[in-house]
Design a protein around this ligand. Sequence first.
Ligand code: ZN
Length: 392
Amino acid sequence: MSTLITNIGELVTNAPEQGGSGFAALTGAALVMDNGLVAWTGPASKAPAADEIIDARGRAVLPGFVDSHAHLVFAGERGAEFAARMAGAPYQAGGIASTVAATRHATDPELRAGLSRLAGEMLRQGTTTFECKSGYGLTVADEARSLSLAAEVTPEVTYLGAHIIPPEFAGDRAAYVDLVRGEMLEACAPYARWVDVFCERGAFTADETVAILAAGRAKGLIPRVHANQLGPGPGVQVAVESGAASADHCTHLTGADVAALAGSATVATLLPGVEFSTRQPYPDARGLLAAGATVALATDCNPGSCFTSSMPFCIALAVREMHMTTEEAVWSATAGGARALHRPDVGHLSAGARADLLMLDAPSHAYLAYRPGVPLVTAVWRDAKLSARAKE
Ligand SMILES: [Zn+2]
């Protein structure tokens, strides 16, 4: 069955044929979807017939958000840690250990319920594609079950056995690295598309990161890296040299890091919800864009450093705090995320793209930053099917 959405005030297409590789939009537009795909876009006056017609009444339609960085398989919560941090306590990577303990004790149904609640939140806020990492199990069995559960809700599954060194390996990190790139990888690779390492002081060194990414690559997994979040370090350079799809965080970059990203296919994925929630300085988005790097925006939804599932919130932060234009922020939250996940079928609304899209209760994409904190996403379609709708 074909569906025509007409009288669209602003249709954000990000279509390459409409002007280069960046943000692109039509006004007074219409879109037809059929068989799960976008079949046609153009002026509303020229829209072809369809089985079903939806009147957008001047509202904006955008590609569904692509959240390329999220940690959704976990148990427990860390609200008290957040409150203490806001009261002045520092953020340290070690807080992850408390979530690891809770996750190991949780049953599969408990983990599945949490995952499904967060995936539902994301969908209602317009996210139609999301990545999901393991990293709170850190045993062979717990990492494998985390990935198996993640694979129930998304194809973008990332093996993050190298999140931190778990407490039981504190005296022998080499043995843990061997486990991550050996037996644990063997058990996890069948469920995952990606391999990720937290390359940071207090987590994994450059050499350890290179070794783990290479082992993952040998099992068919594509690298991505948590890089340069807490301070300057080798993460970005390792990501670029390993051919990673994405270097995520990029909060503390040198000129050489920016140049390496700009000269590579590695996407710089910025996670401004983390800086908001840890009260750290924001990444230099303008510097990355000026150098020609590809920038994506994602939530990093996780129980410790940033517990938001909202891409609209991240867009508002990117505009207000990182000085991205509203066009750049929306592109990075859609097409940018798609680049970071090697997904040419999403993040844009050209004919042939997946019909993953959202309607705002607003006339333009700019309202996502202009009206921060307001639930503007009024309807979401995934594979051309209405998947979430606000009460009108
Ligand atoms: Zn993360």
